[in-house]
Design a protein around this ligand. Sequence first.
Ligand code: IPM
Ligand code: MG
Length: 400
Amino acid sequence: MSDEKNIIKEVIDIGLSEMKDMSEVSDACGQFRQLLLEQLSRETQMEQDERPPKDFSKLETVTIGVCPGDGIGTIISKEAERVLRHLLADELDSGDVVIKDIEGLTIENRLEKQQAVPDDVLAEIKTCDVLLKGPTTTPKGGTMESANVALRRELDLYANVRPVSIPDQGIDWTFFRENTEGEYVLGSKGIEIPGKLSMNFKVTTECGTRRIARAAFEYAKANGKTNVAIVTKANIMKQTDGNFSRICHEVASDYPGITAEDWYIDIMTANLLKEERRADFQVFVLPNLYGDIITDEAAQIQGGVGTAGSSNMGDHYAMFEAIHGSADRMISEGRGQYANPASIIKAAAMLLRHIGRIDKAQKLEDALTECVENEKKVVITGHEDGATAEEFTDYLISKL
Ligand code: IPM
Ligand code: MG
């Protein structure tokens, strides 16, 4: 008997024969075949893409799109935009920089159009070089994809770079989270046999891994870092994480002065809490979901998710955002105006750095450190006893 017949017999023997003549299984196999073909095609397109990367620091005119998002997003992104407009005032006047306010990336519009990023909004975003994006709400369950995931895919923002630094503890970490595949790429396209089981898929491609590894090692080399931690769970996820690790090591062989170390994600989450060990880590490269989780942990160690910025880098576009979500609860509790804009303002500084406005980025980062860590005159608590996002930003701008 063939393997398939054996399996079918087993399924019937253990009393699962009510599965509508196996038609659900055939449908699921058809769906899986389709997903596999789509992913192969995505990999091939990546391999064949020969367009030279854009040099964001040498653009004649830089177009910055601002998408406010949902929940506290509208409140904090308004403040970040105000900071950008202040720092870039001369260049906005001369037309070297253009800021476009992009509407329609809201949960209401996305639900109405039944699109994670409505077509007209995406078209508008694609007229920009870089994007400052407020957090967007992601519905739990259902099939509506997260706007973040869709934007990362549509703009091919493959490197989620998240720095965390605590100078007085010697911590200077930079996370290179793979941002377009892993557990996310098919996260809304899993398979379900209702009442029986559900399956999601994780995808690791050669090209997708090679390019994030290259980004991490290039960063290490350019910044005098000597160690890159490759963080996986390759002992369990043998194919996807096994290949992720192998490819990272292949890339590492082009960087002789840099040590590439394998770590498992579980012990790495513990090590980040180990004070005598954690300052030794410098650069991390890791698959999407582990990167998502550990960067929240790292941000918390730095002082909270409100303190960390996040950049989503691609060869043709880049998107900068707060590391946290839309905090809808703050809105429903009437506390929206007390939301902390520091994370998205930090992201705005990263944006400035990416478009080559290094001095302005530095000025903004210094002012943030001054306001948040040193002076602490205007403090955000998230509640009425603290400052509003607007008051904090007024204070920050007075320091610029
Ligand atoms: C992040 C967020 C997103 C993610 C959500 C909003 C989809 O948590 O940027 O880390 O999971 O990537
Ligand atoms: Mg996250």
